[in-house]
Write a protein that binds this ligand. Structure first.
Ligand SMILES: [Zn+2]
Length: 473
């Protein structure tokens, strides 16, 4: 469902963003943060926001990517096409130093997959194999299920797990709390002799949609086939078992791993006018899972961060420092893009002023997560206060992202994430339903505006983000 509104409705926002802020109370998180130095950035911020909101360019670019290329798993021809498309489009935008940087990535291929209840009744189970899963035998495997609701219960039922399919039926609370059952459930069950694992999808309940994602096998147990099933099917299996039935499931998966293949991070820049060697990075990951269209995860993050450079270029605003957009490869099932960047850019990590990643969707803009020192936090809060007209003034206690993490850790630099309301994100995350129609063009434009203003001011400040201001202000 597209929830777009006519462009005309955006105009009052544009007016709000410029010089009309006087008299408006900043939100609590930005209290005490309207330092005098900020005034110089109000007018350019208003221009950048106005350009971002003047058009639904970002949404249309994402729709082009997801409609014409589709999903983009590492090692797939679609990801290769997306990389070439991004290079061509960045050049068309007039970005500088547009190039790819080679990365070897894992290649996992989903084959035909199915699951069904065969006792006490014949019924299909809606499932998706977990990324990286091994196959079953060609004619499938069939076994009684045993259910556990956390790892402690699985440990306690070790004797019953032998020869069975373990169903980890863990209700979703937060992604951070429950993703470990998808990642680590297979090896934990295999240690007790389980022949396969089914995991209740790591997502809120809804619409009988299975959510894929990585499984991580450990070396101390044989890899066993691993699949996500829908919350509805998990509940049904639970009810059957609760009624005392012996429940037998047949699982058939033809998934496999192939040798690593070449891929690439995509890079474009606006070179700094005074300090071109100092770098501000904004980024998202171009790869996705192999279902859906990789719109929210993370085509949208790629486009809204890339927008920062396109908009500055379009307005002929060249920042003091270089602003670099990086579209990462292989976030989903390897993280090789982020690692390769750290290795390839080791010599210039000390010149990285800040890295930002957008990888939690682009829904209703909230603001930014920030990890770094308190001086930098005050500066980020002040910059975010320029976003009052688009609703992006919150600064949360931690920021970062899977792809920037290797470089941030080694280079010890401030890390930001773009934060929007993620209450819908996990309904679509890693599913066939991750398509562009879930994204509102105006919310997306506001997210692009936020990244653009943050990148501009950080690249423009006399001192590096987090440096003591001293006499410069
Ligand atoms: Zn992602």
């Amino acid at each position: 469902m597209v929830r777009g509104r006519p462009i005309a409705l955006m105009l009052p926002l544009i007016l709000l963003c410029g010089a009309t802020l006087a008299g408006q109370q900043p939100r609590s998180t930005t209290a005490q943060t309207n330092p005098r130095w900020l005034e110089a950035y109000r007018e350019p911020a208003g221009r950048l926001i106005g350009e971002a909101l003047s058009d639904t360019f970002a949404w249309r670019r994402l729709a082009t990517l997801t409609d014409t290329v589709g999903n983009r798993l590492s090692g797939s021809p679609q990801l290769d096409r997306a990389i070439q498309w991004a290079v061509d489009e960045m050049k068309r935008d007039g970005l500088e130093n547009v190039h790819t940087e080679p990365v070897m990535v894992p290649k996992w291929v989903r084959g035909a997959e199915s699951a069904e209840i065969v006792e006490p009744t014949h019924q299909p189970i809606v499932m998706l194999g977990l990324g990286g899963s091994v196959a079953t035998a060609p004619d499938g495997l069939q076994a009684e299920i045993v259910i556990a609701h956390d790892f402690e219960e699985l440990d306690a039922r070790a004797a019953q797990a032998k020869g069975r399919i373990v169903l980890l039926n863990v209700r979703f609370t937060t992604y951070e709390e429950t993703v470990r059952f998808r990642m680590g459930g297979a090896s934990r069950a295999a240690r007790y002799g389980a022949v396969a694992v089914m995991v209740r999808s790591i997502a809120p309940d809804g619409q009988r949609t299975p959510h894929t994602g990585s499984v991580q096998y450990t070396n101390d147990a044989p890899p066993i086939p691993s699949a996500a099933i829908t919350s509805e099917d998990a509940d049904r299996l639970q009810r059957l078992v609760d009624r005392g039935s012996r429940v037998v499931v047949k699982l058939k998966m033809d998934d496999h791993v192939e040798p690593d293949v070449p891929s690439a991070n995509v890079i474009g820049e606006l070179r700094g006018r005074e300090k071109p060697d100092e770098i501000v990075v904004v980024s998202g990951h171009l790869d996705s899972w192999d279902v859906g269209a990789g719109a929210s995860d993370d085509g949208a993050g790629c486009v809204v961060t890339w927008e920062a450079l396109r908009i500055m270029k379009k307005l002929n605003m060249r920042p003091r420092r270089t602003v670099r957009v990086v579209l990462w490869t292989n976030e989903e099932n390897g993280g090789r893009g982020g690692q390769a960047y750290r290795d390839q850019h080791r010599a210039e990590l000390a010149n990285h002023v800040m890295m930002l990643e957008s990888d939690i969707g682009v829904f209703r803009l909230l603001g930014f997560g920030y990890s770094g020192n308190n001086t930098g936090r005050q500066t980020v809060r002040a910059i975010a206060s320029l976003l009052v007209g688009v609703g992006g003034t919150d600064v949360f206690p931690t920021g970062g992202g899977a792809d920037i993490s290797p470089s941030v850790t080694e280079g010890r630099m401030p890390a930001l994430s773009l934060d929007s309301d993620d209450s819908k994100y996990f309904y679509y995350h890693h599913t066939a339903a991750d398509t562009v129609d879930k994204i509102d063009p105006i919310e997306m434009a506001k997210c692009a505006a936020a990244v653009t203003v943050m990148a501009w001011v950080v690249a423009e400040l006399p001192e590096r983000l987090g440096e003591d201001l001293g006499a410069t202000r």
